[in-house]
Design a protein around this ligand. Sequence first.
Ligand code: NAP
Length: 438
Amino acid sequence: MRHIAIVGSGPAGYYTAEAALKQWGDSVRVDIFDTLPVPFGLIRSGVAPDHQSIKGVSRRYETTALTDNVRFVGNVMAGRDVSIAELQDLYDAVVLATGAPNDRKLGLPGEDLPNVFGSASFVGWYNGHPHFAGLDPALSHDTAVVIGNGNVALDVARILAKSQEEFAGSDIVAHALAALDASQVRRIAILGRRGPHQIAMTPKELGELAHLSRACPRVDPADLPDEAEDAALDPGQRKSVGHLRTFAAAGPCADRDVAIEFDFFASPRAILGNGRVEEVEVERTRLEAGPSGVRAVGTGETYRIPAGLVIACIGYQTSQIPGVPFDEKGGRFANEDGRIHPGLYCVGWARRGPTGTIGTNRPDGFAIVEKIAEDIGEGSGKAGRPGFDALAESRGIHVIKFTDWQKIDEAEIANARKGAPREKFVAMERMIEAAGKN
Ligand code: NAP
């Protein structure tokens, strides 16, 4: 028998469990740990609330979760409630699938001013993550600045721009819905330090901006390269740039209340304000070919954007865990193809950094199971589940099982406002209470 502990119940964790079941069937037992009493990580707390079809992938994870050989061990924080060394004593393999929940820092003066947030906290706020539910961003100024040209910047801009009606059918949490209803934000400036050809936005997500009821995207035609140059782009990127061209051609769309302005060649230099953010200082850039691709170089020309809210969507990093080697530059665990050392592994964003779609984690999960198979053979008689249960009992840890989560799930569904799939609990205590475990 092989005993595997997976730390993190997001896509990378569940795909790894699925791969382990496929590899070993009845001769493996997998325990999936999560700090929260609820599973699915990024699917619940990262994917935008108005992208319900993407969230549907959790049904696949549920199938894995409900097999006898896989167990959800919620409300347990590895590295705090149980150390990684203890898990390694109990399980043949420990796989860190902890994602990348922390914001990368801008490294700019003023970034700690009130109402300047990283996307992890802002997204966590509107998605009801217990750690960020109390963020309480002020939406009282007419301009918000969103930094970055990736899909998260698009998510954030779209959520700020949508009308209440457009959230029908989403699982945006009540506190965010109410705050957005009272929002004064009418201009959302998306800053890209490079140009339209360097965006990291995918076509479907970018195209959505053209269909918002009260907002419209604006692109300055002068920022777009000659159309003939699009031929050198890969098909997806060409399609994305095509959307930008359509936005530019549509002009300023005066009939809409909210403008989503793409400000390219714009690198933030400082966040200014007295007691809270009031302006963002930006430097114009130009592109320069470098050894690792096209990079932005400052031109010395600066300007200021008055703004009351700044959200930096510039990427994430993995949380460090005591005793686990960390690659500071990459913001992930130090590893070689997922192996930290025999017996300890990482997958998903914790392995490769915050890139790729949810589906990218599937091959990752299967690849790591191959490595584990090479290292652990048939297992070495470790205690596994019963060993962890004894430890949990001795420490008074209140484990939330998958069947407990199903009670939380039912309660959230029952609490949904009309047309919404659920109303999430945003406090750990409420989740635990709904599971009948308090
Ligand atoms: P991302 O795709 O890596 O984009 C980060 C953006 O931040 C880039 O435009 C980058 O510009 C910019 N940036 C980085 N450092 C900066 C700085 N110091 N100043 C100004 N700009 C800076 O990251 P993400 O948007 O967080 O997305 C993470 C992953 O999740 C991606 O793979 C994304 O596709 C995926 N995702 C997918 C969906 C979806 O499919 N619906 C939704 C959300 C996220 P440079 O290019 O110049 O470095």
